[in-house]
Design a protein around this ligand. Sequence first.
Ligand SMILES: C[S@@+](CC[C@H](N)C(=O)[O-])C[C@H]1O[C@@H](n2cnc3c(N)ncnc32)[C@H](O)[C@@H]1O
Length: 474
Amino acid sequence: MKKEESGVINIQYPLPKTKKMPANLIQKYNVPGPRYTSYPTVPYWDDVVPTEEEWKEHVKNAFTVADASGEGISLYLHLPFCEKLCTYCGCNKRITINHKVEDPYITSLLREWNLYLELFGKKPLLKEVHLGGGTPTFFSPDNLKRLMEGLFAGSIVAPDAEMSFEGHPNNTTREHLQTLYELGFRRVSFGIQDFDPEVQRIINRIQPYKNVERVTREAREIGYKSINFDLIYGLPRQTMESVTNTIITANELKPDRIAFYSYAHVPWVSPGQRLYTETDLPRDEEKRALYEKGKKLFEEAGYVEIGMDHFALKTDKLYEASQNAQLHRNFMGYNSSGTRFMVGLGASSISDTWTAFGQNLKKVETYQKAVDTGHFPIFRGHLLSSEDLVLRQHILNLMCRFRTSWNSDDLKTLALTEAKTRLQELVEDQLIRLEEDSVQVLEAGKPFIRNICMTLDARLWRNKPNTQLFSSTI
Ligand SMILES: C[S@@+](CC[C@H](N)C(=O)[O-])C[C@H]1O[C@@H](n2cnc3c(N)ncnc32)[C@H](O)[C@@H]1O
């Protein structure tokens, strides 16, 4: 093995063979499908937007439950600014090099938080805080400090609160890491995506290995307990060799968690993806083989697949949560906090009261205008029906535990009875085991977890989309 200047290791070929999935199953199941960070999924929310009064009612009720049970709340903050466009990126972002945007945006976030605090009428218990983006480390350490101190002034931070942020290896400084650590952050997620210079060039994200090595080392020196790497398979120009090298390099740095995302090609949402051609993308069996290879290399390095696209070392809390059936999934992805009420602050953020979803205005200026004039900046949402609540729980169970079981009350939901019939086809394809009152995803079914959840997605089968809403499941 030889380490190049970029730090990427070149290994000798031929590589050991991985178990291949039957091509006919890949063709059959490679259809557009949701990633189920919510049910119903956003395109299937009812058209009726909750009024501000309805939204307040749901928030107040959710807070009463979270407060009385001691469950507490989760807080997500969307920090949308990035200095450069990464062309693959499917997230809501604003590209700017003008750092004067930081201060007024933080003021708006704190104003929005105050709208929630007024409704709660008492300090909420924060069990989870996540700074996502965009690029949270676009903001200076001082501004992040002002933001967090402002949020904490009106809250009680639980002693075991899970606090994490997304850092870009190119602009996360030691001062960022130190400041956020002193504020209570113990988890950091670095966006790596790929180490290959050609892939980095085409996705417009030149990120030398030395930057990744530095931030990882500094985070450890400062005392961070959990470091996550985001990697993506299916990016333009990726090959089996380049993905293998990327994973071996990542594994050498031994992050505690790895998110190995399937590239979501959604150019109708993220036009930056039109800056490369679709023929550059590994597809179908080729893309699936990249995932299979990655999974094998992660497992050989001691990682366990704890949920869709997610791997963790056995020493990480997420692994422990997956073993104790305490894994939870929400708009932030997988977590172990177990809170059901999530407040999302910032442009485009989604809040979840468990009985209702609400999404904030996406454009930074319109979001700020709404908040600065004292209004909740919700522009769309959904009030969950009793059927939604039952189906949501089972979809969540499948995403977090690869199994679910229902009782006679659940079966009063006719959609679930119908789903049982639909699941039969997956039994025939040997992807699941279906019992009278339960379904278990088999090892061969794990790569098709999105398809399996789709059989329980009554809103999707009742209203087949005319245009493509989701990325492909493979
Ligand atoms: C909101 S981004 C924040 C990353 C951070 N701004 C950075 O640049 O390091 C969070 C993660 O979403 C994932 N992601 C973004 N676009 C994606 C896409 N089109 N398909 C799959 N994953 C994607 C990436 O792995 C990324 O690290």
